[in-house]
Design a protein around this ligand. Sequence first.
Ligand code: GDD
Ligand code: MN
Length: 394
Amino acid sequence: MSDLSDVRADAAAGRRAHDRALRVPPATVAVQAPELSIVVPTFNERGNVAELVRRLYRALDGIAWEAVFVDDDSSDATAEAVRELARTDPRVRIVHRLGRRGLSSACVEGVLSTSAPLVAIMDADLQHDESILPDMRSALLCGAFDVAVGSRYAAGGSTGQWDGRRLAFSRFATRLGHLVVPPQLKDPMSGFFMIRREAFMASVRGLSSIGFKILVDLFASSPKPLRFVEIPYEFRDRFSGESKLDALVAWEYLLLLADKLVGRWIPVRFLSFALIGSLGVLVHLAVLASLYGSGTLHFVPAQAAATAVAMVFNFFVNNSLTYRGSRLRGRALLPGLASFVLGCSVGAVANVGVAGYLFEHAQGWIPSALAGVVVGAVWNYAVTSFYTWGRRAR
Ligand code: GDD
Ligand code: MN
């Protein structure tokens, strides 16, 4: 039997072994509650995180800051690289998300995991100039502003090495953004800004959290106009790794704008689902025309084949566009497709049932058919969003 002093000695020895294993210096590091949290979304940014932290140390000397990386289970083990830093540095933390993707939703979760009164959002790839962070902080501390936006389009800022195509695209996206944010904001597409926690918390429940453009989302969701200042900087080249900006990001941006404009009345995912469903009808007709129209098959087998192709098409396109953030992959695809086909088959029966009922009760064939289509589409959306994609999303 060991007495209390043995237990204490064991605990002290265990503690030393633990510290050695983690390479923590023997003296406890004094930890100050952070005044500024830098939230950094990451997806395959292993080569950037250590350099970013090094630069934050240089830029934020004398400020109590922390860096919170939010990683979506990157295949290059970015999360491990961050943990490696965090083992010896209490300023570094990680939120590691599984089975999900999305820059905006990662930022939201990062901010919610912190308590600092000021929060900055910043990319991991060093394209954002960390040396303006102290100016952003001073602007917020003076009390006149809720948000300080790192701006490429304010006087003195620049898009750096961008080619004409990317520049034209960004300007067009900015113009579209002005549908939902104040036109005085020159760079609403910026992914680099600092915000007061109260301002963020006032908007957080209204955020769409779709895609890349969290600043547009914040401005459009705030219950009262955000007081902002733009601080110019020059957008730099990527330090390491590759950009994740692609055509799907552009699609998600359109979804975000649609959500801000009409989302109060119609769920934007339903709009996306219905649009893809209409494309599915075209695919159906094309397959039917090539099989039946060409005389290869009789009508019924050709119609069955066209239905199957259209369903598979709808499943994969919805999986990539409507549900990108909770996309099914690998082994989850087959059961996902099966539940989608099953759900939509029931939807087809409901469609025909409703249309038939109305038609028999002396409604014209067009209103009867349209009512059937609407009932079928709403059913398909509701059932597949829950059974096919919903479970994994939670
Ligand atoms: N957690 C998480 N999940 N992080 C992500 C995801 C994701 O699905 N997608 C991208 N990121 C991270 C990247 O790892 C990077 O740190 C940051 O978000 C920005 O992604 P980039 O791939 O570097 O985007 P970009 O440089 O092309 O776009 C930047 O410029 C735009 C303005 O032109 C971003 O700052 C955008 O926010 C900005 O609007
Ligand atoms: Mn980038």
